[in-house]
Design a protein around this ligand. Structure first.
Ligand SMILES: NC(=O)c1ccc[n+]([C@@H]2O[C@H](COP(=O)([O-])OP(=O)(O)OC[C@H]3O[C@@H](n4cnc5c(N)ncnc54)[C@H](O)[C@@H]3O)[C@@H](O)[C@H]2O)c1
Length: 323
């Protein structure tokens, strides 16, 4: 199959491209390298079945040509990461709303199946022990910038579902929970690579808030296999799926585990949210996925636990030294 991956030079997109190339698909990528890196795809550049287009999904003419030429579309391009969204509010809305609209409109024009990467951020402040796809969204005020990402992605979901219901466009929506692994950079607030980098450099590990907030991390390899299975599942069309690992860890414990694993001299330093994110910031204490639905539809469960994730990221940093 000929596959278009928007945002394919990003962390998840480049791993997906590598995975699908190995399965002998032909890969076309569009990425404006705003948060993605050419380094992520450099090793595939010379592959005869790989093409990289440096452009934006906001360029409708270019996107039209690309969508028309492929069989399926993985739509991953987005403004990503809480810190990035807060610092780039306008661009984030434009890319995450208009960009997705462009992709869906063209997919409909050429009748191409789309997998839409949404996010656990849509659940907002719902801190239920095990979030299910139909659970309520609990959001803060529009003056708090972080909720813009949640709303933009929710609008993407509404749009994709509307195309499915009204126009019979085959779509599948995935709500990714914190995805991490080798190759992810810590620059946009991605916590695991940031802590590991700080620990490797024996610098203070900067934990935001009191550090007792918990998160769940999924290995990118687990995510990529879920994306492939979901794209190839007919009964999954028109459905929304959580993709995440329910293993929960507090930020304090995460920092301690990384320090211990690396035998680092780093001290753990708490910084107020206000100092990093500015005034008017809200965060949730926990966000845990329920994977029953995806397990029922495609038999997917994450295979890699947090220890495995930490080990893999450390190995990558030590081999690559790409901080
Ligand atoms: N990593 C996570 O924990 C996580 C969690 C939830 C959802 N997601 C979703 O998964 C997708 C991929 O995220 P990621 O973690 O790989 O982040 P990433 O930043 O590495 O990837 C996003 C890619 O999109 C590209 N991009 C941004 N704007 C663009 C535009 N206008 N035109 C073309 N390309 C553009 C970036 O350059 C980047 O390569 C995103 O849609 C994100 O919302 C990720």
């Amino acid at each position: 199959m000929k596959v278009l991956i928007t945002g394919g030079a990003g962390f998840i997109g480049s791993n997906l491209a590598k995975y699908l190339l190995k399965k002998d698909h032909e890969i076309l990528i569009i990425d404006d390298l705003s948060t993605g890196q050419f380094e992520n795809i450099k090793h595939m550049e010379k592959h005869p079945k790989f093409t990289f287009v440096l452009d934006s999904i906001l360029n409708y003419t270019v996107l039209d040509e690309l969508v028309s030429s492929v069989d399926i579309v993985y739509h991953l391009a987005a403004a990503v990461g809480v810190e990035y969204i807060i610092n780039n509010p306008l661009k984030s809305i434009e890319v995450n709303v208009q960009g997705t609209e462009n992709v869906l409109k063209l997919a409909h024009k050429y009748k191409k199946k789309v997998l839409l990467a949404s996010t656990s951020e849509v659940y907002g402040k719902n801190e239920k022990a095990s979030l299910e796809e139909n659970d309520d969204r609990i959001l803060g005020s529009t003056t708090i910038n972080r909720w813009s990402y949640s709303n933009n992605k929710a609008l993407d979901e509404f749009l994709a579902l509307a195309y499915f219901r009204e126009k019979k466009l085959p779509i599948v929506i995935v709500r990714l929970f914190n995805t991490t692994g080798p190759g992810q950079v810590g620059d946009y607030g991605m916590v695991v690579p940031r802590f590991i980098k700080q620990a490797l450099l024996n610098k203070p590990i900067t934990v935001y808030g009191d550090g007792e907030q918990t998160r769940c991390f999924t290995h990118v390899d687990d995510v990529v296999s879920a994306l492939d299975l979901l794209m190839n599942c007919n009964s999954c069309e028109g459905e929304i799926f959580n993709v995440g690992n329910p293993e929960e860890v507090s930020m304090n414990d995460l920092a301690k585990r990384i320090v211990k694993y690396l035998k680092s001299e780093s001290k753990i330093m708490h910084i107020s949210y206000e100092k990093v994110m500015g005034p008017n910031f809200e965060d949730m204490r926990r966000r845990v996925p329920n994977n029953d639905k995806i397990n029922k539809f495609i038999g997917w469960k994450p295979k890699m636990n947090l220890s495995h994730i930490i080990k893999d990221i450390v190995k990558h940093y030590e081999e690559d030294l790409r901080f």
